[in-house]
Design a protein around this ligand. Structure first.
Ligand SMILES: Cc1cc2nc3c(=O)[nH]c(=O)nc-3n(C[C@H](O)[C@H](O)[C@H](O)COP(=O)(O)O)c2cc1C
Length: 193
């Protein structure tokens, strides 16, 4: 049974706490629906979307983090426009959580070093790749990675400072939707689903 089956989805404060509990699960449990999310960026003109792994969160600072290659297109997009959106959906829980926020890039600093040192060798490899991600290639075989322990200059951590949360719960008894805004100290408001 899903962890949220017994949760109270009729109380704004409990929903709010549950949102961060879902992220806790996402970081710890590889099989959790919250382990990955869809990250949307824009370069000011077009919108882009991709799946990333949730690597951490801070409920006090209202931040969520993921790792990425500093040479990837999403970094170029974030440099042009820090506004991003992170979309989580759990089929089991029947919950969708949409975060909007500002993305900040960490690269080659103590924070990267600290997290890099906790990563598996296999995860480190993709940051030592001979061809820049997103480049055209003649054949998939031309891409090579190396196993190197030293912090890669391509390893970046993105911290999303959350500005708004839109939570939606689907139920046969009627859908429920709530919003939490930084500008309102994350005190919840019901909204029509
Ligand atoms: C299950 C899954 C998890 C992924 N996790 C990450 C991730 O944590 N970080 C990342 O940069 N790309 C991750 N990717 C790859 C991205 O979805 C994307 O293809 C890649 O980062 C290039 O995106 P970009 O060209 O928009 O920068 C993941 C893909 C899948 C399918």
């Amino acid at each position: 049974m899903s962890m949220n089956a017994s949760k109270n989805h009729n109380n704004l404060d409990e929903i709010y706490n549950n949102i961060w509990e879902c992220l806790e699960l996402g970081v710890k449990e590889r099989r959790s629906d919250y382990h990955t999310f869809s990250l949307a960026t824009t370069d000011g003109e077009l919108s882009y979307n991709r799946t990333v792994v949730l690597r951490g969160y801070d409920a006090k600072d209202h931040t969520i983090i993921f790792h990425t290659n500093n040479l990837s297109k999403k970094i170029e997009q974030i440099r042009k426009n820090i506004n991003v959106s992170a979309l989580f959906y759990s089929r089991d829980d029947k919950i969708q959580i949409r975060f909007m926020g500002d993305a900040a890039i960490s690269n080659q600093d103590d924070y990267c070093d600290e997290r890099w040192n906790k990563m598996y060798a296999q995860s480190k490899e993709c940051y030592y790749q001979n061809i820049k991600p997103g480049n055209y290639i003649d054949n998939p075989d031309v891409v090579k990675t190396e196993s190197i322990d030293l912090l890669s200059e391509n390893f970046s951590i993105i911290t999303i400072k959350v500005n708004s949360i839109d939570w939606l719960y689907l139920s046969a008894n009627g859908h429920t939707r709530a919003e939490y805004l930084r500008s309102n100290n994350f005190s919840g408001k019901w909204i029509a689903p």
